[in-house]
Write a protein that binds this ligand. Sequence first.
Ligand code: G6P
Length: 591
Amino acid sequence: MCGIISVLSFRDNISKDLISALERLEYRGYDSAGIAYFDENSNLQRIRTVGKVKLLKEVVQKFDIKSNIGIGHTRWATHGKVTEFNAHPHVADGVAIVHNGIIENYQELRNSLISEGYEFESETDTEVVAKLIASNIKSGKDFIEAFKSAISKLSGTFAIVAIYEKEPNLLLGAKKGSPMAVGLSSDKQSCYIASDAVALSTLADELAYLEEGDIVVVRKFDHLSFEIFENGKDKIEREIVPNKVSLNDVAKNGYESFMLKEISEEAMVARRTFERFKYDINLSKYDSVSIVACGTSYYAGLLSKYWIEEIAKVHVDVEIASEFRYRNPVFSKNSLYIFISQSGETIDTLCAMRLVKEAGIKTLALVNVETSSIAREADIVVKTEAGVEIGVASTKAFVAQTLSLLMMCKKDIDIEAIERSINSVLNSQYDFAKMANKLKNSKSLFYIGRGTNYPISLEGALKIKELSYISAEGYPAGEIKHGPIAIIDENVYTIALAPFDNHFEKTISNTQEILARNGKIFLITTENSRELLHGLDKHEKVDSLFLPEIYSLYQPFALTTVIHLLAYNTAKAKGYDVDKPRNLAKSVTVE
Ligand code: G6P
């Protein structure tokens, strides 16, 4: 949530770096964006716009910016509406800062700064930090001391970068709870502090990741250098690692959106996950498995419950991280706790994991970003092989997560069969656009399924909600008659996931119950069930899609691609931005 970038350079075209990094950081939020820099006369300048980075870029391009130092921000609003006043950077007496996170004690700090005579222009929690640094400078501290002292007074989570007009050769950063990386360009002419490796993919080949409490000081003399201070005190060396994110990873490569690119990679991601899976995890030796996650990652956990209980015969609990961490859970010592997160930065998942660690229990993180906070703090790390995922709605990462979880309990996987089934959807002539045109006007819709089709239904409904803003619910097909069926009428679509499996006939009965109430059905099934439908697919209120016959264990993979393409096409049919759905952000670093 919120992306930050900053640069100190020997070059004077830093605005290009700021904008290109902000474009790559947009997955973290896109309510507003802004930059601050010192002009040729060393005066602090600021440009902010409401909306996506594209708008900021248009404004910035109108100026002939010549500057060696600057900071930038793309916002996902927490405190205060989406307005220019609330957009970052925030400034005070020549100090400018950008912030990702939440300052929990901002009200108290704000009151004390108001009593000192400071006036606030925004409703944000962030502005206090700029004013606090300025106040410290006023009281006689130098910039570094003023920054450190301000940071020590903050509670909450933050990645903050600051610059100060009178110190144009200094760039300062602090990290607690939100991610931050620092790196030099390969020619050593520029040094950057940013939220992540994605922001710096074209800018820095090597990075150091800051740890909790670290403060980084970037200096420019005859050369550029950075120093990291543990808890703001003792100098510490943090490992320098290659920035593995390439230009290819962050480009659309001819696709009209990242989402479509990422869905089209689902078969390849399954293959790569299979080939690189090198973990020897024996789930059967545990009394139970607890899986904790948020969003799509949570649904990956729910799907794996069916597999783990059936194959490894171990009891599985799956929990939403934001609930788990606050409900005083009872821990079981011989349980394996698995934390699933694509980004590895979701704060609720991270804090839930810390809770389990504090209880002295081993944690396993299933993460896509190996340099992320969750990966760094977990005892065992299983890396998913989705590659960089940019679209805010997670797609290919779900495939990597679910296959990794399946591989934790089953060694003999027929990857060809999985790949073939996903490709049968990707390379098919199924008219998703036509179906999407029918769905797009629905006020609400249901996804139903039984067994493993139930978690896929939840994921399908989430995707429709987040991208098309249609109220959609995933339901166990057998449960629909316990309430939701009251909503069914001729305007409501139900998407029934009914491939041929042990539940097939029961799910079909549930679709009949919906048809009997005038509901419309979109039936997703397999060729080998055609005969058993007894003409249901020809019913005037039924549209259907027949997948090839698939071994039931692998059906969730093909169905995943189907529901992702359906969500993509529905959002497209409504004319929405599939990569940046409203109100959302990919990396959720606030509670
Ligand atoms: C956000 C994203 C979702 C993602 C969820 C959990 O809500 O929009 O796509 O599933 O966060 O993220 P994580 O990185 O922990 O998997």
